[in-house]
Design a protein around this ligand. Structure first.
Ligand code: APR
Length: 256
């Protein structure tokens, strides 16, 4: 990784007082959790994720869609937080008031020690009733994690089908979460965007809100994104490799 870019980003982090860390699927990639743009595998290989992650797909075939989310939850349960998640938690520990905003539906930030990440797209661990929205119990880790269709449970209150607690394409983001994310982005002096393609709105607005209001922006992504022109520093490297380097450059602290 270009050491000059890491030093520049480290200086921005060392000076920062109010940090927002905005993450996408790339921060969990090195934990073995496929990014959303990775090709789907197994039973779902023939589907495009954007077709499965919709209310219509669930209405049309609840067992196919529920089974897919069960297999994704099983994969997350088998995964471990990686050095990027640990570095993000280290930033929070060093700078209380840091806000983590994630598009991910896994719980790896929490398991790495992040206190209360804002989940803009919900969570695999927050199923709810598809009719009355009552929270439903998280199904226990199956001995043999499903790789197939699976019948969704029924709501204990109204008996309608339980659905995954994630935001599907075409659905609105949870208003409170989005407002909290915009508020944090409006008040920060540094926004660190990590592992997101920056393609899906309105979540992708968050780094732009921070940049428009004068915050510095550091991007961590091995690939190119629409944020390349917005970022003050682009760290073109995998997050698990470069986030620990960034924390070391800022504070001389070794994480993970
Ligand atoms: N470190 C950092 N970034 C990485 C790594 C890595 N090791 N590996 C991949 N990436 C980057 C890719 O270059 C890509 O830009 O992570 C990004 C993943 O992009 P997406 O798969 O589009 O995931 P994300 O940006 O989180 O998608 C946003 O869209 O698909 C919906 O709801 C879904 O929350 C998701 C949202």
């Amino acid at each position: 990784m270009g050491q000059r870019a890491v030093r520049e980003a480290g200086a921005l982090l060392a000076r920062a007082r109010r940090v927002v860390v905005f993450t996408g699927a790339g921060v969990s990639a090195e934990s073995g959790v496929p990014t959303f743009r990775d090709a789907l595998t197994g039973l779902w290989g023939r589907f495009d994720a954007q077709r499965l992650a919709t209310p219509a797909a669930f209405a049309d075939d609840p067992e196919l869609v529920w089974g897919w989310y069960e297999s994704r939850r099983a994969a997350v349960r088998r995964a471990l937080p990686n050095a990027a998640h640990v570095a993000v938690a280290a930033i929070e520990a060093r700078l209380p008031g840091t806000v983590v905003v994630t598009q991910n539906v896994d719980d790896l930030h929490e398991r790495a020690g992040s206190v209360a990440p804002i989940h803009l797209h919900g969570s695999l661990f927050a199923p709810r009733c598809s009719a009355c929205a009552a929270p439903a119990p998280v199904p226990p880790a199956a001995e043999e994690p499903g790789e197939g269709r699976s019948a969704p449970p029924r709501c204990g209150r109204c008996s309608a089908l339980v659905r995954p607690g994630v935001v599907w394409f075409g659905e609105a983001l949870p208003a409170a979460a989005f407002e909290a994310a915009v508020e944090a982005a409006s008040a920060c002096d540094l926004l660190l965007t990590v592992g997101t393609s920056g393609l899906v709105h309105p979540a992708a607005e968050i780094p732009l809100v921070a940049a428009r209001l004068g915050a510095s922006v550091v991007q961590v992504n091995p690939g190119e994104t629409p944020l390349d022109g917005v970022a003050d520093v682009n760290l073109r490297a995998p997050a698990a490799e470069v986030l620990p380097e960034l924390v070391r450059a800022a504070w001389g602290v070794d994480v993970a």
